[in-house]
Design a binder for this molecule. Structure first.
Ligand code: G
Ligand code: G
Ligand code: MN
Ligand code: NA
Length: 251
């Protein structure tokens, strides 16, 4: 496995890269934004996925400098596309609980936005249910983020233990339905009922809903019927490095 020093050296050698996956409007197929997903182009081991190094980065707190790099890179990329193409896109950046509770987190986000010039409302932070370890503190930090104009989403929703009474207090813009609920929803009426219930609840709380892991046309049709707002998945495109042509993956 990788160690703290490997991650530090990888960062110094600029071996990390962000891939981007579009977030698509269910109603009209328009690209609403991109999720940034980190990859490690390791000189010896090739392309490494976050599951193989993010947990170690979190344990060793290397996620703090690595996470700052991710945020800088994502904001810089949006500005660069904006300058090239005339439109600016929303970017969603995954934030781990270690980063979120770091005392400099707020200042770091403020600094990166100022340095890059990206308007705050084009940045969305994807939080997981693990930040709910301290709900009062979480709400406090989230409210400060929202005052800055940054958008917030709750990632992998349904896989953690967020109580619904907590959820109501979170100043979120959107909720992302975990892929595990989407996989069988067209065949399994119970999974379909869960997806439907999440969409209704989220809308009643004034959150947008994004479904993850959409691989088939019939899944997209179901989301349309249930008025889900956005989707992500191989059906539209895999996550790709900047500048790559769209690659739908037929599975
Ligand atoms: O493509 P995929 O294997 O990229 O991503 C797997 C998981 O890794 C996702 O659940 C995502 O939350 C996490 N992840 C991807 N990029 C980042 C990142 O930049 N920071 C953090 N903290 N997690 C990430
Ligand atoms: O942050 P998060 O857990 O949401 O990361 C999304 C993960 O899901 C990434 O690893 C990404 O590569 C992966 N992913 C994105 N679209 C699809 C899809 O359609 N099918 C599958 N199996 N994985 C997907
Ligand atoms: Mn995510
Ligand atoms: Na997710």
């Amino acid at each position: 496995g990788f160690r703290e020093s490997d991650i530090r050296k990888g960062l110094e050698a600029r071996e990390f890269q962000l891939y981007y996956q579009p977030q698509i409007s269910v109603a009209d197929g328009e690209i609403k934004g991109y999720e940034a997903l980190i990859r490690w182009e390791h000189p010896e081991h090739g392309l490494i996925y976050p599951g193989d190094f993010i947990p170690i980065a979190e344990e060793t707190r290397q996620i703090v400098p690595l996470g700052r790099w991710v945020l800088e890179e994502a904001c810089w990329q949006m500005m660069s596309w904006w300058k090239e193409g005339g439109t600016v896109s929303r970017v969603s950046v995954n934030i781990s609980a270690v980063q979120f509770y770091h005392p400099n987190f707020m200042q770091m986000v403020t600094d990166v936005l100022a340095e890059s010039g990206l308007p705050a409302d084009y940045l969305e932070l994807e939080l997981t249910e693990s930040i709910m370890q301290d709900p009062e503190q979480a709400v406090f930090i989230m409210e400060e983020m929202r005052e800055m104009g940054v958008r917030l989403s709750l990632d992998d929703f349904g896989t953690g233990y967020t109580s619904l009474s907590c959820l109501r207090n979170f100043p979120l813009n959107s909720l992302k339905i975990d892929r595990s609920f989407v996989v069988n929803m067209t065949q399994d009426s119970q999974e379909k009922a869960i997806v439907e219930a999440i969409i209704h609840m989220a809308h009643n709380l004034n959150f947008n809903v994004i479904a993850e892991g959409i691989e088939h046309e019939n899944q997209l049709q179901l989301l349309y019927d249930k008025a889900c707002d956005e989707y992500q998945g191989y059906y539209y495109s895999q996550p790709l490095p900047p500048g790559a042509e769209r690659v739908p993956e037929r599975v």
